[in-house]
Design a protein around this ligand. Structure first.
Ligand SMILES: NC(=O)c1ccc[n+]([C@@H]2O[C@H](COP(=O)([O-])OP(=O)(O)OC[C@H]3O[C@@H](n4cnc5c(N)ncnc54)[C@H](O)[C@@H]3O)[C@@H](O)[C@H]2O)c1
Length: 349
């Protein structure tokens, strides 16, 4: 297997995380890191060359692949420079802040015959993969709704994430991943999309969004994120005609719930609740709801680089494909448009 000789540009939070990850691979050598801030280079791993910018790293380091981990607006320039130097490229998400720029990046990589992919590694999150298994195997029958929710409590963005011109805000941050997961799960065209995007306690960038997508296969998908929701959680729900699947937490804890039998006596039994009598929404009779475990999956973010290593060696196709990344960016444009107009958007695939 040919080795990846990697250079990372942007040795901040993510650059350091990726350097740690690379240290776990025999066939990926981290050769060099580049950062405009010399302080960031002080703890570069022993033996790794350091450069003050990408141009120098491209000119001097013996690398065949560049990982772009700089803040969002610089991604296009970095990717196009790396491609022109005939290096394969892994770019951090969001790949670009416009579809037009992204197209230029893809074109540059294509023209120079190098691989191009984006670090949308949350396709290997455990919670997501469990729900994808539920979806792929139709474990709750024909599905009608999928919900993906992420709530936090402090509302604050950190560092450059508070500046719109830097690609700040939660849509560019977690939104990319959550949309990518949903599009990777539901293999169907989007017919229409409605979104609400708000700045709840941040002045300039979004810290809440709710996106509802109607797919041609009949499924409605909802993605809601709030950083000032004060009931922190990561949750999933899939509703089907043979059961419900739910997850509570990144660890993928949850269950599949089914009914022992469908209600036969119509009209149903009247039960009394604090909100008055109801035939449909009182507590379930004992034994009616049956719980089953969710499927087991074994994944982690290392799998992303395992796949890239195989693609690099022409043993597999790139998993996070440019056309999929582009579709996510198109959805984000539609999200902003819908939020601005307050209207649903007919989505053109
Ligand atoms: N895939 C993920 O899960 C994930 C998670 C976090 C961040 N990210 C992405 O990673 C990227 C970096 O985010 P971060 O949180 O590490 O930011 P960060 O601010 O911690 O690090 C960015 C680094 O880039 C350096 N830099 C800025 N401009 C540069 C330039 N022109 N040339 C060289 N270095 C430059 C900065 O000095 C800094 O050290 C962003 O695009 C972000 O969206 C992805």
């Amino acid at each position: 297997m040919e080795k990846i000789k990697l250079g990372i540009v942007g040795f901040g939070f993510m650059g350091h995380c990726d350097a740690d990850m690379m240290a776990t691979f025999d066939d990926i050598d981290l050769v060099a890191v580049a950062d405009i801030n010399p302080d960031q280079l002080k703890d570069a791993p022993e033996g790794v060359e350091t450069y003050s910018n990408l141009d120098e790293m491209l000119a001097h380091a013996n690398i065949n692949t560049v990982m772009v981990s700089t803040p969002n607006p610089s991604h296009p320039e970095m990717v196009m420079k790396a491609a022109a130097a005939k290096k394969h490229v892994i770019c951090e998400k969001p790949a670009a802040m416009s579809v037009a720029l992204f197209d230029q990046m893809v074109e540059a990589c294509h023209k120079n015959g190098v691989l191009f992919t984006v670090h949308q590694q949350r396709r290997w999150d455990k919670d997501y993969r469990i729900m994808k298994e539920v979806y792929d195997k139709k474990l709750v029958g024909d599905m009608y709704v999928i919900k993906s929710e992420l709530y936090g409590f402090n509302g604050n963005m950190h560092d450059w994430h508070i500046y719109p011109e830097m690609g700040g805000g939660m849509l560019y941050d977690w939104g990319v991943h959550l949309i990518d997961q949903m599009l990777d799960m539901v293999h169907s065209d989007i017919v229409s999309l409605y979104a609400d995007v708000q700045n709840v306690i941040n002045e300039k960038v979004d810290d809440y969004f709710n996106i509802i997508m109607k797919f041609r296969n009949g499924i409605t998908a909802e993605i809601e994120l709030g950083t000032y929701y004060l009931t922190p959680k990561r949750a999933w729900f899939i509703g089907g005609n043979k059961g419900s699947a739910l997850i509570d937490g990144f660890n993928g804890e949850g269950k599949i719930v089914r009914t022992a039998h469908l209600l036969e006596n119509v009209p149903g039994k009247i039960t009394m609740t604090a909100a008055g009598p109801t035939r449909s929404f009182g507590p379930a009779a004992p034994g009616l709801l049956l719980e089953e475990p969710l499927p087991e999956v074994h994944v982690d973010h290392r799998n992303y680089f395992e796949h890239f290593l195989k693609a690099f060696n022409k043993e597999e196709e790139i998993v996070v494909k440019p056309e999929q990344v582009r579709r996510v960016l198109c959805v984000m444009d539609a999200v902003r448009e819908s939020a601005k107009t307050g209207k649903a958007i007919a989505f053109e695939e």
